[in-house]
Write a protein that binds this ligand. Sequence first.
Ligand SMILES: Nc1ncnc2c1ncn2[C@@H]1O[C@H](COP(=O)(O)OP(=O)(O)OP(=O)(O)O)[C@@H](O)[C@H]1O
Length: 503
Amino acid sequence: MHEDSNDIFEKGLLDHYCDRPHVLEKLSLAEFAANYRFSSSYATKGIPLLNEGGYIFERTSSRILRFRNYYYEMDPDNYMREHIMLYYDWRDEERDILNRKLEELFLKHEKRIQKIKKQFHSLDDTVLTTALEEASQRLDESTATEKPDRPTFDFDTYSLDDSTSFADIQKELQDDSKSETVKFTSPQKMNDSDFQNLFEKLNQDQRDYITHVTNHFKKSSKQMLHFLTGGAGVGKSLVINTLYQTLFRLLNSSPDSDPDIPKILLCASTGKASFNIGGQTIHSAFKLPLNQKELNHLSSDISHTLSTKLHDLKVLIIDEISMVGQHILDMIDQRLRHLLCKDVPFGGVSVITVGDFFQLRPVCARPLYYPESSNPYAEIFGETLWRKFKVFQLKKIMPQNDMQFQVALNNLARGKLTKSDIRLFRKRTFKSVPDTTNFDDAVHLFTKNEDVDNYNKMVLNKIKGRTTNCAASDILRGTGSQLEYRFFKKFKDETYGFTSIKI
Ligand SMILES: Nc1ncnc2c1ncn2[C@@H]1O[C@H](COP(=O)(O)OP(=O)(O)OP(=O)(O)O)[C@@H](O)[C@H]1O
């Protein structure tokens, strides 16, 4: 077979459904997809598919289904077709659906279709349509963007069954990446005058760095690995923001460039840090496993989508690099090599890391600057990768309002307190707090959650005014006492003690 031949195909979910054994004849596609997983090889409890199509296994936890949702009023044909496909049993699409009168088929089986559909939708269509219309109206008002000609909506349905723990669901989501979407979050392009103002705000060092990077991209396609550092308040976030806007303009300047295909990704190690720069977490961008040391295998679907979306990626900016452990950097490297099919560091993408190693360390992981361990595979775990990064430093502390305090904090971080720094801190400490009521607005730090809760409750109780109750209802689908044990008991505290549950 020729190496470019297209005569290769792999069976997918629909094929497995069509090959389902006769005992599952009456099963709809949605039920099949949610409750069975496929394997090409046999293991205990495997149910053989017809046509030697492999084996299916009953899932212990139902899968989350994601599909396009049509509304009858807007698109009746697709609505009926989708409902029949998902919630009615069929085996041969052409024979059982396409060659039949859609409306007749739908009306004849509507009751059954709606009954099965109910298992997968916690809201009915009317509620969803109203909510979506309201949301779209609000969006129109705030952005004044045009409405799409034919609105279609993607949404997820969740369904859980027995013995499913929360961690298992997370794992399921990761292992079965088919149910994930690939989405990149990045800041909007600024208008020209805001961009100019932003640029003019930069001090000399900040401007020099941005010009250095921009010139590099203007002249060369060579990979750049940078570490931009500096203490608190030197303007690292401002540089990231301006650099993104500058590179966005530069890298999308060719007439055939599609700005929706990302050329720059803005990431950070935590949700909060990524929110601050308008980006996303490293884990979500690269579909990295949570709480696991080893890189997860992506399904062919996700891998293909990610490769397609990232094929034009030129720069990856990572903020708060001090919180990124060696193994995470290694995972990013491996992921990019794989997705971009280039066996060079980070698949050839330029990486600009930003942060301050005097700030927070990674949680339960080796920081990047740690020396090589005695591990003979150290190289694989990212340590030597870090040594490829060139360091740039910003020194000038920018917020002018409390400069002395900022300088003292940076000196403290470096263990280089001056006498006047010490005097400054001493002025702000108390041996015993004279009157706590003077400190109501101050940030309180506690070492135990219990103390945090007590303090929050005390402050909440002090708030005067009318109390409003907002009722929340939590719906868990599934059966069995395990469900009650694992979810109800586990989450009771987190939902502030919701007390009734229907199983
Ligand atoms: N060139 C500048 N001119 C005026 N203000 C600036 C300048 N650079 C930074 N700032 C201001 O200084 C403050 C600190 O900047 P920024 O948050 O970017 O610093 P940072 O290095 O990211 O700090 P941290 O490490 O604490 O996150 C911000 O209010 C920012 O707007």
